[in-house]
Ligand binder design. Sequence first.
Ligand SMILES: [Ca+2]
Ligand SMILES: [Ca+2]
Length: 79
Amino acid sequence: MSTKKSPEELKTIFQKYAAKEGDPDQLSKDELKALIQAEFPSLLTGSSTLDDLFKELDKNGDGEVSFEEFQVLVQNIPQ
Ligand SMILES: [Ca+2]
Ligand SMILES: [Ca+2]
């Protein structure tokens, strides 16, 4: 199963999960967790934990992941 998604699909996925609580344009850690578990479970195999991923993604350290920050994750998914 390929995890490759088009930019439009990614935006749709991001918005679906980001809108669950708080700022609809930002993923909280809980929202990121739900997104990853449902859409990219392969990211949590091996040594990466959700905490590691979240820290890595939240480049500006505001405690939430924006769509720009989220795209970094997707580029790192092994195809
Ligand atoms: Ca949110
Ligand atoms: Ca951030």
